[in-house]
Each structure stands twice: as C-alpha cells, then as structure tokens.
Write a protein that binds this ligand. Structure first.
Ligand code: MN
Length: 257
C-alpha cells in the first residue's frame, strides 16, 4: 500500500517536473541563434574555457533590450529547452528560468552599457588568474590574440563592493564590472576569472579561447627568462580575425561526440 502511494507520488512529481521544464524554447525565439548558443555552451566546455560554472549569452537580434542565456546549470548539459530570454535588468521574460545564474547581472549590465556588444562569456578559465592576481598585465603574444593589444583591465571587486564572496550577485556589481571593461574586449576579475565580449557569438567564443591560450603562452614566455616581444599596437590592429574556421573545427568536435 505504502509502496503504491510512493510510486504514485513519484509519477506525480515527474509529471510536474515535465510541466515546469518544457522540451523546447518558445516559438518566438530565433531558432538558428539559439541553436548556436547551445553549441557555444558545449564548445566552451569541450575546449576547457568553462567547467561546471561560467556562462555565455547572446543579445536578441530583434530586441536589443533583451538577451538569451541558459538557466543555471553546467554548460556541457545545456539544451534548447534551457535557454531563457532576459531583459537588461536580468529579469527573465520567457523561457525556462526556474533558476537563473546568480551572476547573470554581468550580462545585462554589459549589454546596457555597450550597444556594440552582441555576445558575452563569463569564465573561470584558470590560465588568466595569474594575470588577474598580480601586477603583470596580459599582453598580446600572437596574432590570434590580437584583441588583447587594446588592453585587458583588471576588475577589483573590493573597490566596488568591499569584502564579498567574489561573485557578481547584484546589478551594482555588474555595473562596476561593465565600467572597468569600458571599451575593451575583455576584463580579468581578480581572484575569479574573466569576462569577454564581442559583436557576435562566434567571435566571443574565439576570444575566450585565445584569451586563455594567450595567458598560458605569456606565462611560458616569461618563465623562459629572455626578452619577450609582444605584438605592437599596429600589429594588433592589423591581425584581426573572425575565428570562423576555429568555430567550424570546435563545432565538428562537439557534434562528433
Ligand atoms: Mn563567476
């Protein structure tokens, strides 16, 4: 008897869970872009920029006051049904936002301040941490990291919020981060990670990858002990790339899995 009640309860819970979590995003969502956003989550995980944490978003092409971001969860497991539409105050307007990422204000506040930004990655990519935690600035090591030539500022959360748990939990902290980023493509976050922006989803994934790689190469070059020659500002400007071939390669790896 007790067993039957338990089983009945389980079936009911399962039915409720199915109702709460739809299997596909609302029909109004731009399908190709949302599929690319899911793919971006998987690529960033597969290439080691995101682990269980970190997130990637894209601005709505039809409504610049909205953006799309997965609900809270590991990027490797993100599906179409997890994608949620937010306004720039990072309040969910539709989709499956049962639980949003705590740090979603990173995205909303950057989109508010930077009309040129169409995509944002927030990562805890480990190679950048030495440059976030010391006075050594990240500098462009190679042509694929050319965007670093414009400078990569470091966000000091104590200046904005005093003693915190290091997370961007409020719109005010998001605004402070967006102000530190200013006109640049990436900002390092002391004791935390980095946030990268770009005018497209493919570009932001490429920049996240090459930011992390550049940090690794720079640390290796410094450790060699000789003089390090970085790209100069003219080379950095001329070496602009769209990372499209990298995107194709990364995509083929996650699709083969
Ligand atoms: Mn974080």
């Amino acid at each position: 008897m007790q067993m039957k009640i338990c089983l009945g309860g389980y079936v009911l819970l399962l039915a409720m869970a199915t109702q709460i979590r739809p299997q596909s995003p609302p029909a109004s969502f731009p399908k190709t872009l949302i599929e690319d956003l899911v793919l971006a989550n998987h690529i960033l995980d597969n290439e080691g920029m995101l682990d269980g944490y970190g997130h990637v978003s894209v601005r709505s092409p039809t409504n610049p006051s909205h953006y799309f971001l997965a609900r809270a969860g590991a990027p490797a497991l993100v599906t179409l049904a997890d994608i949620t539409e937010y306004d720039l105050d990072s309040i969910a307007v539709s989709g499956s936002a049962v639980t949003g990422y705590i740090e979603r204000f990173i995205h909303g506040e950057i989109y508010k301040r930077r009309p040129d930004v169409m995509a944002v990655v927030h990562c805890h990519c480990s190679e950048v941490i030495p440059f976030a935690d010391t006075s050594v600035p990240l500098r462009p090591m190679h042509h694929m990291g050319n965007f670093i030539g414009a400078g990569v500022p470091v966000f000091e959360i104590r200046k904005a919020g005093g003693e915190t748990d290091m997370l961007i939990r409020t719109p005010a902290l998001g605004r402070a981060l967006a102000e530190t980023l200013e006109g640049k493509s990436a900002v390092l976050m002391r004791g935390h990670g980095a946030t990268i922006v770009a005018p497209s989803l493919h570009l932001v994934v490429g920049r996240a990858y090459y930011l992390n790689l550049n940090a690794r190469l720079q640390l290796q070059a410094i450790q060699l002990g000789g003089k390090v020659t970085y790209l100069d500002s003219e080379e950095s400007k001329k070496a602009a790339t769209d990372y499209e071939r990298s995107w194709d390669a990364w995509k083929s790896k996650v699709i083969r899995k």
